[in-house]
Design a protein around this ligand. Sequence first.
Ligand SMILES: [Zn+2]
Length: 494
Amino acid sequence: MELYKHQNIKIYNSLTGEKDNFKPINEGYIGMYVCGPTVYSNVHLGNVRTFMSFDVIFRYLKHLGFKVRYVRNITDAGHLENDADVGEDKITKKARLEEIEPMEVVQRYTVDFHNILNTFNFLPPSIEPTATGHIIEQIELIKTIIDNGFAYEVNGSVYFDVHKYDETNNYGVLSKRKLEDLIHNTRALDGQSDKKNPQDFALWKKAEPTHIMRWPSPWSDGFPGWHLECTAMSTKYLGDQFDIHGGGMDLKFPHHECEIAQNQAALGKSPVNYWMHANMLELNGQRMSKSTGNTVNPDELLSGNNKFFSKAYTPSVIRFFVAQSSYRSILDLTDDGLLASEKGYNRLMDGVNQLDHLKASKTSTLDIATWKQKCYDAMNDDFNTPIVIANLFEAVKYINQIKEGSATLNATDLEYLKTTIHAFVYDILGLKNDKTEAGAGTDKLSGAVQLLIKLRQEARVNKDFALSDQIRDELAEAGIQLKDGKDGTTFTTN
Ligand SMILES: [Zn+2]
């Protein structure tokens, strides 16, 4: 029987402001949509944190046996402008290749995005649709919203009529804002806008001559408003109503509020049952921002080539660091925090590496079934990864007790302990084992090191300590540590 039938999941729902019991629309199936990146620049570390949170959620739901369709879009229909002086520069006119080709930009940053996510061991989503691939769907959606009386056209652009919508619906249902307050707090525009009201948002924008990305529509040659693509793609692949919609906290308003309004206006339904928002990532207690220079990109963090951190950190250490906070908390990226996480990660992996050396006993003195359920309970409680990690450290304690002989497990319990640790560390938290990867990944290395261990042993028997020390020291220089214990010599890699 599927694991999920035994687990009661609660999800903090931004719509209700509470932890709600999770019940999918169709039993056993989950539709999940997460707003993806805009691929006009390198992916921001804050976005990586958001996507990492949803990667763990996706992994857990799959682990429980749900059939999850996870849709994460690529925003590629952007607002790229060609700032070359139109008509004046003949060279630019002639040299097509010297102009910006938008899809070349899109391709470059999409590849960058995928590389970063692969480095961090993300699972790919089930579908990764692009905004430019869904222009027809977006135009159809606009037509429906106009037909239903919630949008109007002015000078080739189409705007969503927020005031009209709010008469029969609640604009602000997600972000808990009130339209009156929004009106009060919006400064009057300088009169250049075609909008009836400043709160209205664009569904279609007529393209200026400098705007490169443009498509024909019933209203003008132009491009869709940003909020629209997510409504078009989420309903296309997940239906008019689906289970989970996620994104960064900064998308709650206006982006997600507008998505709800578009769905209600077009289809008469609230699209999503559980709205989830991942919190922000800060750097040394302050907002990351390019303009203040308080920012580090994923590459710089991984290479150590930056002014904020004392060293390079592996993708798994960074994943571990992120998982040590709830996705709903602000996460402060600091060198001390990462160093502490690295220590914790190493301690955990040392424990994991001991698992295969543990011997089963006739009886168990530890309650593994209860411990195992505590790991699930933590994830069931709004995907509380810090508590999962606390439970994994509890298991490291068990491992050490078993090793020392102060606790025992029978064969069944030992197997439970092993499979549960592996499931949570590798499948759910998505960590890789840096400490054995080089060795365990290639049996050849392991074989070669074993041979050197044997030669060193022979040297010691022959009292050739110069040679035995040389073998140990040169291996250490190559990043392979030998450890002499009462059961012989073992090695670790770093
Ligand atoms: Zn979106």
